[in-house]
Write a protein that binds this ligand. Sequence first.
Ligand SMILES: *[C@@H]1O[C@H](CO)[C@@H](O)[C@H](O)[C@H]1NC(C)=O
Ligand SMILES: *[C@@H]1O[C@H](CO)[C@@H](O)[C@H](O)[C@H]1NC(C)=O
Ligand SMILES: *[C@@H]1O[C@H](CO)[C@@H](O)[C@H](O)[C@H]1NC(C)=O
Ligand SMILES: *[C@@H]1O[C@H](CO)[C@@H](O)[C@H](O)[C@H]1NC(C)=O
Length: 361
Amino acid sequence: MSIFIFSFLLLSVCHAAIFDIVNQCPYTILAAAIPGGGRQLLPGKNWTIFVNPRTDDARIWARTGCTFNSSGYGRCETGDCDGLLECQTYGSPPNTLAEFTLNGFNNLDFIDISLVEGFNVPIEFSPITGCNHAIQCSTNITGQCPDELKTSGGCNNPCTVFKTDEYCCKSGNLWAAAIPGGGKQLDKDQTWTINVNVDTTGGRVWARTGCNFDSSGHGSCETGDCNGLLECQAYGKPPNTIAEFALNQFNLDFIDISLVDGFNVPMEFSPTSGCARGMIQCSADINGQCPTQLKTNGGCNNPCTMFKTNEYCCNSGGCGPTNYSRFFKGFCPDAFSYPLDDKTSTFTCPGGASYKVVFCP
Ligand SMILES: *[C@@H]1O[C@H](CO)[C@@H](O)[C@H](O)[C@H]1NC(C)=O
Ligand SMILES: *[C@@H]1O[C@H](CO)[C@@H](O)[C@H](O)[C@H]1NC(C)=O
Ligand SMILES: *[C@@H]1O[C@H](CO)[C@@H](O)[C@H](O)[C@H]1NC(C)=O
Ligand SMILES: *[C@@H]1O[C@H](CO)[C@@H](O)[C@H](O)[C@H]1NC(C)=O
């Protein structure tokens, strides 16, 4: 069996982890890694990359059927990353993925092989030291791919081909909500623009899921519901990931993403003009990893919502990080994980900037 093998070495928090990427396929592939870039690997050749501790949402994959010119531009039949030899973004399906998060929740490394973006090349993913749990997907699925999923060089995941909730497990549409602003159903890739007073404080944007509204705009949502109204006049009900803002305070805009009301959908919050700072984001799929005690329909509750104790809610005086807040912080280092988490979670822009909130970035 020819296998494209990834192996990796577990080291302590302060050192980079080493990944040896080995091509055991009988043909040349272009290996790709985020973070890491890309490298052509002839059969039997390997490529070693060093990945910083605390790296989230990292991926290694193989690209096949590639042609590139001498400046590193071209195209691959599978796993292509915007036509670059040195990938800066994830690849296009189909591609078998070795996924990992280093020093995540409880300082553990999380690893998996994913076929959620289909299959192109068999993979084995194994620790070299520190742990003896090898995982693999070594069958050549391409040869047995159902006709409807077949594509050049691989086998698509049904989500890629049919794009339905049944296969993609995410509701195609969300009901956006904003205070001030109201609310609106948003289909995939649809945009809603709101104009907010330049000195608004206590502003919030969030997504609602699992909603049903009648023609008069009354109904309910599973997450983020605002008193049953389509056009919100009050904040939403937990769990909901929240983009918060206070504009023009001492000539600065203060922005953050908060998980203090739990998590429902991944989010990105970024200035679009008037501010040099990059985006803040909480893009991990927290729902998939939510501790049992915090799980709820459509989301993952914050422990304050569940247990209502001062330890988690900081109602009277001080409180600090807890094992649960570390769970949230591990996935979304930019976001508020408990009420007094300001230091690493509040960001500023010059007053007057414009912003964009993206759900499911
Ligand atoms: C990678 O290649 C080098 C040099 O060709 C070799 O010494 C090393 O054993 C290889 N590593 C793996 C993991 O195959
Ligand atoms: C490679 O392709 C890119 C993008 O098409 C192009 O801009 C560049 O000039 C090409 N380089 C060479 C050496 O052909
Ligand atoms: C997997 O099967 C496909 C088609 O059956 C073939 O083209 C490809 O070379 C095979 N890959 C490996 C790694 O054997
Ligand atoms: C957090 O600590 C509580 C109390 O010690 C325990 O019941 C719970 O399982 C822990 N949660 C996690 C996610 O470790």
